[in-house]
Design a protein around this ligand. Structure first.
Ligand SMILES: *Cc1c(COP(=O)(O)O)cnc(C)c1O
Length: 223
């Protein structure tokens, strides 16, 4: 019997995580895909989705209301979008500076659970990229942990997309080291989000606990 793309990815994640001796969550990155593609995964039992723009996340959440899906913001967050993100996201994976920490904390409603937060690390120190510099991580994590409305859960990273997969291994491994160190300092610091369609097995082998997969689940993104 033919298996679905979701089942195929789930099997690959499962094999990689058994080999690594870890637990890994699959985040389905639905950016730019039609609602029908999301509905298809929901019908197969998948519940956890990521969008890279706040407005897209809000629209998607409304389209599937009141169905209880978990929405992760994975793209860069502008200050003027913090209110919407604080209202509608379940997780924000792209925290990279102090001013958005303070705003999200202030704007997260007291009627909502704490907002789950990952600090995004610019692990390959690329000027072109978002993410917090490694030297500033301690300060940023401490600021998040001090906010009662935020729940610091771990790190996210997008390593430099070396064509050779093996060249990404060192970046994943450095993330793992940073993650293991930070786990000693914070409660519930249990999530290392790294690995995408073309490298999630490598990321899992190097310690990822959440992989963010788009293309391998949905096919190529429409323009
Ligand atoms: C688009 C995106 C992904 C998924 O990429 P694929 O290669 O399609 O799996 C993962 N993480 C982030 C931050 C993204 O923007």
């Amino acid at each position: 019997m033919e298996i679905s793309a979701l089942q195929a990815v789930q099997q690959r994640v499962h094999r990689a995580m058994v080999a690594a001796g870890t637990q890994v969550r699959l985040l389905a990155v639905s950016k730019r895909q039609p609602d029908s593609a999301v509905r298809d995964l929901v019908a197969q039992g998948h519940r956890t989705f990521g969008e890279n723009y706040v407005q897209a996340l809000v629209a998607r959440r409304e389209a599937f209301q009141p169905f209880p899906l978990e929405w992760h913001l994975i793209g860069a967050l502008q200050s003027n979008k913090c209110r919407l993100a604080a209202m509608h996201a379940d997780w924000v994976q792209s925290i990279d500076r102090l001013d958005i920490v303070a705003q999200l904390a202030r704007l997260r409603g007291v009627d909502r659970p704490r907002l789950n937060v990952l600090v995004e690390v610019n692990i390959d120190a690329e000027c072109s990229k978002t993410g917090c510099a490694v030297a500033k991580l301690d300060e940023l994590c401490a600021a998040v942990a001090a906010e009662p409305r935020l729940h610091l859960r771990g790190f996210m990273a997008i390593p430099h997309a070396h064509v050779e997969l093996e060249a990404r291994r060192a970046s994943f491994a450095r993330m793992r080291d940073l993650f293991d160190k930070a786990r000693h300092d914070f409660d519930d610091f249990d999530t290392l989000s790294m690995g995408m369609s073309d490298d999630f097995e490598l990321a899992i082998a190097e310690g990822a606990t959440m992989v963010r997969v788009g293309t391998a689940l949905f096919g190529a993104r429409p323009e």
